[in-house]
Design a protein around this ligand. Structure first.
Ligand SMILES: O=P(O)(O)OC[C@H]1O[C@H](OP(=O)(O)OP(=O)(O)O)[C@H](O)[C@@H]1O
Ligand SMILES: Nc1ncnc2[nH]cnc12
Length: 183
């Protein structure tokens, strides 16, 4: 195994799967077990930072709630601003809103309308890519605010749900660390 493969295996092995949560038939990939392991947590954040350190990115956007955990340290390491995309009625100033579908429901996301400057290149960070609905809605919010949703990065990808294809077709470059198939 290469050093990179060892790091990715460490990350994958730190993530616990819970069957039938929050609904029957869903295999829930739980990042709280990764967060409890400082080596796995640090390694996942460092690999994402490494990938983006020489790319031209102006802002990091993180999605509530699990996306915040990874987005904030990445924004600090890249020395650029962090912008939260939040669930409804959490942001105090004027917002843009976008409805979206989840693997197990629907919801709305919001961004402060002045959080991104015209033409800024944005990296979206989330813990997990399933259908891509969350990040597609986030990308639309970034566009409404005048920015370019250029890249999106995730610790976990669920390839069966084809989120990567959805986001790539929207012109978003995707980077993910570990895949979980049906196992
Ligand atoms: O690719 P998608 O099909 O959109 O699914 C992935 C999203 O679903 C989960 O968040 P959730 O909405 O459950 O919110 P949470 O982070 O507040 O738990 C996860 O953290 C991603 O944001
Ligand atoms: N299978 C899954 N596990 C954890 N978080 C998710 N968000 C959407 N689908 C998920």
């Amino acid at each position: 195994m290469t050093q990179l493969q060892e790091k990715l295996a460490l990350i994958k092995n730190s993530i616990i799967t819970i069957p039938d949560y929050p609904k029957k038939g869903i295999l829930f990939r739980d990042i709280t077990s990764l967060l409890e392991d400082p080596v796995a947590f640090r390694t996942s954040v460092e690999l994402l930072i490494d990938h983006y350190k020489d790319k031209k990115i102006d802002k990091v956007v993180g999605t509530e709630a699990r996306g915040f955990i990874f987005a904030a340290p990445i924004a600090l390491a890249l020395n650029i601003g962090f912008v939260p995309v939040r669930k409804p009625n959490k942001l105090p100033r004027h917002v843009f809103k976008e409805k979206y579908q989840l693997e197990y429901g629907t919801d709305t996301l919001e961004i402060h309308s002045d959080a991104i400057k015209a033409g800024e290149r944005v990296l979206i960070i989330d813990d997990l890519l399933a259908t891509g609905g969350t990040v597609a809605a986030t990308a639309k919010l970034i566009q409404k605010a005048g920015g370019i949703a250029q890249d999106a990065a995730f610790v976990i990808n669920l390839p069966a749900l084809e989120g990567k294809t959805k986001l790539t077709n929207m012109g978003i470059n995707c980077f993910t660390l570990v895949d979980f198939d049906g196992e």
